[in-house]
Design a protein around this ligand. Structure first.
Ligand SMILES: [Zn+2]
Length: 315
């Protein structure tokens, strides 16, 4: 999957800022064809809702296989991180996250997300952040609840992140085809508009926010927001393996062309398919409009800067 111009020698470090540490659930253990969102069906509410799984595995030759157990998942994630010299920012099931972090303390940066006050009290969030285990607030996904990221109910959590210098990752943008019909009735596409971040950014001038999924497909608002707010970064997670490659590259190219190559973070939105790491990296490696240095910024340098990591610790 790697392009032939990849330099030989020691594998250069990669930081994946968007990894879900999930418990394997048999009901969701489906094969997946990357770049599957290419032919949105002409649907009708009188027809049975198409299962997400049917869309995931839209008939490719070599679908990605899901891990079949928590042990298999952990072994595959650890092996991939070693082989690709990869560090991950991960969030999700607390027990799984603790296991991964214990097994690879230098390669796992744990995060915790709050998407609405019903997830966790402000005090519980403050206590969790003070424990020292969590270094990141994410994935914050109020869009799935139909909430704006600037909704005042989330403000006390962002105030804590700002005070503690904790970077925050907020889901903005895509939810896949038929999200509001199939699985999340409260999902609102309009709550992923990048400009909805302006109020929270104005209230918390020292808050470091990265926009997950790069606000796809709202490129104009994304560029407008990044222009007005110089500390906002984006990640490429999710859409780089789900939409058609021409669409992904047009979006990424536009961000770079607009001058924001130093504020793009590499991320996968990894869930259950171990080979998704390589499939996603190949999108960046094969981007012929990016220079070697621009690829290194996206895959590594920008994350070191954004998360205030020590580059000398990565070999
Ligand atoms: Zn997301």
């Amino acid at each position: 999957m790697f392009s032939p111009d990849r330099p030989s020698g020691p594998t250069l470090p990669i930081i994946d800022v968007h990894v879900h540490a999930m418990r394997v659930s048999p009901g969701f253990a489906l094969e997946m064809c990357p770049w599957f969102l290419k032919d949105m069906p002409g649907s009708d509410p009188s027809q049975p809702a198409r299962a997400l799984g049917a869309v995931f595995s839209g008939g490719c030759v070599d679908p990605l296989q899901p891990a079949k157990s928590d042990q298999e998942m952990q072994a595959a994630v650890l092996e991939t991180m070693e082989r690709l010299n990869m560090t991950i920012v991960a969030y999700g099931d607390a027990q799984i996250l603790h296991k991964w972090q214990k097994a690879a303390p230098n390669r796992v940066i744990p995060g915790i997300g709050v998407s609405s006050p019903s997830d966790m009290s402000v005090q519980a969030f403050s206590d969790s952040m003070s424990s020292g285990f969590y270094k990141v607030m994410g994935e914050v996904a109020p869009q799935y609840k139909g909430l704006s990221p600037s909704d005042m109910s989330l403000d006390p959590y962002f105030a804590i992140a700002e005070k503690m210098n904790i970077p925050v990752g907020i889901h903005m943008g895509t939810g896949g085809n038929g999200m509001a019909n199939l699985t999340q009735a409260s999902y609102r596409a309009s709550m992923g508009r990048p400009f909805l971040l302006e109020d929270v950014l104005a209230r918390h001038p020292k808050l470091k926010i990265w926009v997950m999924h790069a606000g796809y497909p709202m490129i104009d608002e994304m560029i407008g927001l990044m222009g007005a707010n110089a500390y906002v970064y984006v990640d490429l997670a999710g859409f780089i393996w789900s939409y058609p490659q021409a669409e992904i590259h047009a979006y990424l190219k536009r961000l770079v062309q607009a001058g924001f190559g130093k504020r793009i973070l590499y991320g996968t939105d990894f869930m259950i398919w171990p080979k998704l790491f390589e499939a996603s990296i190949s999108v960046i490696e094969n981007a012929d409009y990016l220079s070697f240095d621009q690829k290194r910024d996206i895959l590594f340098n920008n994350a070191v800067r954004f998360f205030r990591l020590d580059a000398s610790k990565f070999k």
